[in-house]
Design a protein around this ligand. Structure first.
Ligand code: HEC
Length: 341
């Protein structure tokens, strides 16, 4: 197995290999692993399964916009609460692959014997390294596999399309047609390119991808965390501009999930070793700072959540959310002045 960096090196100039031949994908993997004893004793699925023929997404309790990109590979929304995970169980799902930034609900998946894999992607698509990682996970892990982002319309569809083409299951045109069924917005050019620029990936290249299939992916350094904090912060500013709703030209924005992610990122930074990079004399004060900003982000998350019900006093809540975001923004500048610049 190779690290992400050496895989990236291998991918450079491997376009010819990538495009090799349609038959390069090992057919033994294409239809999933043979059933194991526990699969044979599992109760039969009780919900109608999504089909690659269907031109309409399916909805189940706590689970929305299900579209098949292969008989046993389905794209859709994040499973919501007990109901969402019960629906996944009734569908017989064995592996859940999240391409969303938010951390997966591992406990609910584990309680039902399902494995979670977390390989987040952006709104502008993903690089070839991530593509190979995603394709290997879907080739090798037990099926059915459920691939989700937040709404299940844009990122999960783009990822599923790229995977289906990379594994030789669909042509780029067929994969793009499935993205249309998912309702992927035309504005996400990078996600559409994931389908149209894909080609079957040689089995040897898939075999070289990491096979540790992480159940949660967090930024690996302070700088990487800051890059993500910056992206999340930008998306929250966009949502704020349209009254804390997703703007029309960016329908996948999920301000509630983004505020939660921001809180996660601050929390992660203050309680682990990533601050080792900071001079020892500054660590304590930075930790306190990050705790405070984590709490502010968690408060913003609560305010956005409270705006949900139609009976809420949206105006007053939005004002408090504005103040919360302003506080967080001022804190970026202040901390950078003191500890970075
Ligand atoms: C508690 C202190 C602290 C807070 C709060 C903070 N940052 Fe940072 N940030 C840092 C430090 C320290 C670095 C430099 C990291 C390094 O280069 O090792 C940094 C680096 C960055 C970088 C540069 C990353 C790169 O590519 O080199 C960006 C962008 C960034 N922060 C954005 C933000 C935003 C946006 C916020 C607020 C929403 C924020 N930061 C809040 C401490 C902070």
């Amino acid at each position: 197995m190779l690290s992400r960096t050496s895989l990236a090196a291998l991918l450079v100039g491997s376009a010819a290999m990538l495009a090799a031949t349609g038959s390069a994908t090992d057919p033994r993997h294409a239809t999933g692993t043979p059933p194991t004893a526990d699969a044979l004793t599992a109760p039969p699925p009780t919900l109608p399964k999504p089909s690659v023929e269907s031109l309409r997404p399916l909805d189940f309790p706590g689970l929305h916009n299900l579209v098949a990109f292969h008989d046993e590979v389905w794209s859709g929304s994040v499973p919501q609460g007990e109901a969402g995970f019960e629906s996944l169980k009734s569908l017989g799902v064995r592996t859940i692959l999240s391409v969303d930034g938010a951390l997966p609900d591992l406990d609910r998946a584990r309680a039902r014997g399902m494995r979670y894999v977390h390989l987040p992607i952006g709104y502008d698509g993903f690089d070839d390294v991530r593509k190979v990682e995603l394709a290997r996970a879907v080739r090798d892990l037990p099926k059915p596999i459920y691939i989700h982002c937040h709404h299940g319309k844009h990122r999960s569809a783009g990822a599923s399309a790229a995977i289906a083409v990379s594994l030789g299951w669909l042509t780029p045109d067929e994969a793009a047609a499935r993205m249309k069924v998912s309702g992927t917005a035309p504005g996400y050019a990078g996600l559409w390119r994931c389908a149209t620029d894909s080609a079957p990936i040689a089995a040897a290249l898939l075999d070289a991808a990491p096979a540790d299939f992480p159940e949660r992916t967090m930024p690996s350094s302070l700088v990487a965390a800051m890059v993500e904090i910056d992206e999340v912060h930008d998306r929250l500013k966009l949502a704020q501009k349209s009254g804390w709703r997703a703007p029309e030209d960016h329908p996948d924005l999920a301000p509630l999930a983004d505020a939660g992610r921001l809180a996660d990122l601050y929390r992660m930074l203050h309680d682990d070793h990533r601050l080792d990079e900071v001079p020892a004399s500054e660590r304590t004060i930075m930790r306190e700072w990050l705790v405070r900003d984590g709490l502010a982000a968690a408060q913003l998350e609560q305010l956005i959540e409270a705006m949900g019900p139609p009976t809420s006093d949206r105006g007053a809540l939005a004002q408090r959310a504005d103040a919360s975001l302003a506080l967080l923004g001022a804190s970026c500048t202040a901390c950078h002045r003191q500890h970075r610049d």
